[in-house]
Design a protein around this ligand. Structure first.
Ligand SMILES: [Zn+2]
Ligand SMILES: [Zn+2]
Length: 414
């Protein structure tokens, strides 16, 4: 489940609420939209009810690291997936629970901000260790331990830091959320080696939603990772603190269609040698007569650019990849009902092996070769496929692909 984050509008300072996955803040007061720069670990603080007689400068914030994401596993003859959402102490301490459990989901948490006067406990656990722990959890949760593991990928994962406020009163440590006494003062709470001030680099930074090409206002939904300019028909994503252009096309549909985003990724592979679409059909043993049109087509994976439940995600990617010759060429007219990407290209790229494994009808031949396989990307672009807008489903115009609207709309909330 996504956390609800409260913070202040970067333009006017008014209180704003946003979903954890959101990148766009839309302020109800000044109506200005700002795009939050990514790439750093998000840091949040749990709300406190610390009594007034406690000096706020003596408050200590204790870190928990949170992992959230989908894990795909190719083991034995199976392709499996799992959604993981866990928190773990950033420093091993007996006094505090090893995990925050479901607590943060029931609270109004906020982003770290300049107003936090206390000290922050330095964490000993790194983001890499968090991934390692998530991997271990996945191993116990997915598949049989006896199966040989061929490949594992994290897709759309995020690691964030949640701070639990603590304070000391009469030499006793108290939890600041519920004002409960936790125990006697311990060394890690006062050791200056362990304590640090809030760092400026922890605070979120923003870009104005202004088109870098024509200066017009850009459009996006709160969780869009790609935003667009209807005036000059361009799409942009944030990379290293600036908007960079995303090549894209919309495949022709009918009036009223909804357009769902896919990353179209052209690759060559080693280990399992593939260069053309014909190679993919042959390697995965598809019941298709391989013709010249397959041989002359470069190898492309078409991977959903939406953060959706892993089973639907992988099924859509398989469907679009195998049907790619059905899709006519596109144009760049943005005056349609489009759903903008919520999964970045960098994450979609990591799904290539899992999509290949899912596509293979001969899993026992293909899966054992995945660990030796390497992939190089030749080109990538965003492509919007038209879907008929039915009562409960989106049905693709050119290929046998349908997806429940509930899956797309609610995206991925546990
Ligand atoms: Zn504002
Ligand atoms: Zn523009």
């Amino acid at each position: 489940m996504d956390l609800i984050i409260s913070h202040s509008c970067p333009s006017c300072g008014g209180p704003v609420e946003m979903d954890e996955a959101d990148r766009l803040t839309v302020c109800p007061y000044c109506e200005v939209q700002n795009y939050m720069v990514g790439g750093r670990m998000h840091r949040y603080v749990l709300p406190d009810t610390i009594p007034d007689h406690i000096d706020r400068r003596s408050v200590v914030y204790f870190p928990y690291l949170r992992f959230k994401g989908n894990i795909y596993t190719c083991a034995g003859r199976d392709v499996d997936s799992k959604v993981l959402d866990t928190t773990h102490q950033g420093l091993p301490v007996r006094m505090l629970p090893p995990s925050l459990g479901l607590r943060p989901q029931a609270m109004k948490i906020s982003m770290v901000h300049k107003g936090l006067a206390g000290k922050f406990i330095r964490r000993s656990e790194t983001a890499a260790e968090v991934l390692h722990r998530a991997e271990k959890l996945a191993r116990s949760a997915v598949g049989s331990v006896e199966d040989t593991l061929h490949h594992r990928a994290f897709i759309g994962e995020s690691v964030s830091c949640l701070y639990l406020p603590l304070y000391i009163d009469n030499d006793r440590v108290h939890g600041g959320v519920l004002n409960r006494e936790l125990g006697r003062l311990e060394n890690w709470l006062v050791d200056s080696e362990n304590l640090m001030d809030l760092k400026k680099s922890w605070l979120p930074t923003y870009l104005a939603m202004i088109c870098p090409k024509c200066g017009d206002a850009m459009q996006g939904e709160p969780d869009s990772l790609v935003v667009s300019c209807a005036n000059c028909e361009t799409c942009w994503t944030e990379d290293k603190h600036r908007f960079t252009k995303v090549p894209y096309e919309l495949i022709e549909g009918e009036p009223g269609d909804s357009f769902l985003p896919f990353w179209r990724i052209a690759v060559t592979t080693k280990g399992i040698e593939m260069d053309s679409f014909a190679d993919l059909l042959r390697i995965t043993n598809q019941p298709v007569v391989v013709r010249e049109k397959h041989r002359s087509r470069q190898l492309e994976f078409w991977i959903s650019a939406l953060k959706i439940r892993p089973k639907v995600f992988i099924t859509m990617a398989k469907g679009a990849t195998l049907s790619q010759l059905n899709y006519p060429s596109g144009d760049v007219r943005l005056d349609k009902k489009i759903m903008r990407p919520t999964l970045p290209y960098k994450e979609a790229r990591q799904a290539v092996k899992s999509v290949l494994a899912e596509t293979a009808l001969n899993k026992k031949d293909v899966l054992p070769k995945l660990s030796e396989m390497s992939i190089s990307v030749k080109a990538a672009r965003l492509v919007y496929l038209p879907f008929k807008d039915r009562a409960h489903d989106f049905v693709q115009r050119h290929s046998p692909m349908a997806v429940a609207k509930s899956v797309i709309r609610t995206a991925y909330r546990l």
